[in-house]
Design a protein around this ligand. Structure first.
Ligand code: FAD
Length: 384
């Protein structure tokens, strides 16, 4: 693995860094308080090519590599995890999955709009009764007359849910138990019978539109099925394996923001007659954050490198996600500690970083689920 970035990778990193400094970081605290990022950010992300970064150019994407994607996710995550999540879901979980599993018509229908930001995607796997055990989902798609399915059920905690134009929806089409009876569909979000309710009052990621989706007799053409019938669980797992890499990259961004905030505060705050940066135990907090940034970044880059070289990467992706998410929580907590009581009020960024980091150990598979995935890979024995 070459740790030297190419000219192209350096350029996209610089673009994302400058965009984050100019268009995201200055507004992140206000968006957090308002519980919504400015929706105009979606078009800007599209204009820069970030929403189609790894999608082939023939479908409107930039055809970039996965290391470039990780560099962008880190920068966006440094500015605001809510914005990073918009990209990770619409591009990483939806557009990339359409590119990998879609037929020509599906790619032409959705990818150019998703890449430009004209349309957003959301990923509908979790249900009120099934999270970690996603293979037990109960939303049902029943074959009806006229080459269509009728879908009934509900989905919970769906990122981009109220903003999305298309839902990558997972529903049971067969009577086989568990993951075998599940199929994936691309469902237009304005389909009659599909209603969306925004979930407010989240601990973090407040700027992000998270929603519950209810489907009542939603008619979906058979041509909207993504991938073969009964292979929906494989579609979902392939999406999440890559998705975990971008969550990990976003966590590197959180930890980096924590490092920058802690260093800056420690240089200016004086106690016992000297800047707190000169107290060894404060330096220990900062050193711990710094190690977490580096270790999380290297684990994340390894995943991107494996994907770009066409090698297996799922266990490495779970490893990066597990470590980086726990590291982001640790780093944000350490940054808050450096700020003392001032870390506890939202005039300073540490509190928001900690709130935003906390969900990273929960979604796209909790830390416990990542450990089970890694344990299964190492032992050859499944604990599921
Ligand atoms: P549960 O599965 O009920 O788990 C509860 C606890 O039990 C956890 O600690 C878990 O680790 C533990 N546990 C469960 N099973 C095991 C086991 N076998 N061994 C050990 N411990 C276990 N979902 C989507 O489909 N699309 C989205 O876009 C999306 N976005 C989200 C955004 C936010 C802000 C949040 C909070 C969630 C989002 N989710 C999304 C859902 C998320 O992926 C789930 O919340 C997550 O998978 C956990 O499921 P659960 O909440 O049902 O918890």
């Amino acid at each position: 693995m070459n740790l030297e970035l190419s000219e192209e990778q350096t350029a996209v990193q610089r673009l994302a860094r400058e965009f984050t400094d100019r268009e995201i970081a200055p507004y992140a605290a206000a968006w957090d308080r308002a519980e919504s990022v400015d929706r105009a950010i979606v078009k800007k992300l599209g204009d820069l090519g970030f929403l189609g970064l790894t999608v082939p150019e023939e479908y409107g994407g930039s055809g970039g590599d996965h290391l470039s994607y990780v560099l962008v996710a880190e920068e966006l995550g440094r500015g605001d995890s809510s914005v990073r999540g918009i990209v990770s879901v619409s591009l990483g979980l939806v557009a990339k999955t359409v590119a990998a599993w879609g037929d020509e018509d599906q790619k032409r229908q959705w990818l150019p709009r998703l890449c430009s930001g004209e349309a957003l995607g959301c990923f509908g796997l979790t249900e009120p009764g099934t999270g970690s055990d996603a293979g037990a989902l109960t939303t049902r798609a029943v074959r009806a007359g006229g080459d269509a399915y009728v879908v009934n059920g509900s989905k919970m905690f769906i990122t981009n849910g109220t903003w999305a134009d298309v839902v990558l929806l997972f529903a049971r089409t067969g009577d086989e138990p568990g993951h075998r009876g599940i199929s994936a569909f691309l469902v237009p979000a304005d389909s009659p019978g599909l209603t969306r309710r925004e979930i407010r009052g989240k601990l973090g990621l407040r700027g992000q539109a998270t929603a519950e989706l209810v489907l009542e007799d939603v008619r979906v053409p058979a041509s909207a099925m993504l991938g073969p019938e009964g292979k929906g669980f494989s579609v979902a797992m392939s999406a999440l394996a890559k998705g975990r890499m971008s969550v990990a990259a976003g966590c590197v961004g959180i930890a980096r923001a924590a490092l920058e905030a802690a260093v800056s505060y420690a240089a200016g705050r004086e106690q016992f007659g000297k800047p707190i940066a000169r107290h060894q135990l404060v330096q220990e907090l900062i050193a711990d954050i710094s190690v977490d940034v580096d270790a999380a970044r290297l684990l994340t880059w390894r995943v991107a490198d494996l994907i770009d070289r066409g090698r297996p990467f799922a266990t490495e992706s779970a490893t990066a996600k597990l470590f980086a998410s726990e590291a982001a929580v640790r780093a944000a907590g350490n940054a808050l500690q450096v700020h003392g009581g001032y870390g506890y009020v939202d005039e300073y960024p540490a509190g928001k970083l900690l709130r935003d980091a906390r969900v990273m150990t929960l979604y796209e598979g909790t830390s416990q689920i990542q450990k089970l995935l890694i344990g299964r890979a190492r032992t050859g024995v499944s604990a599921f």
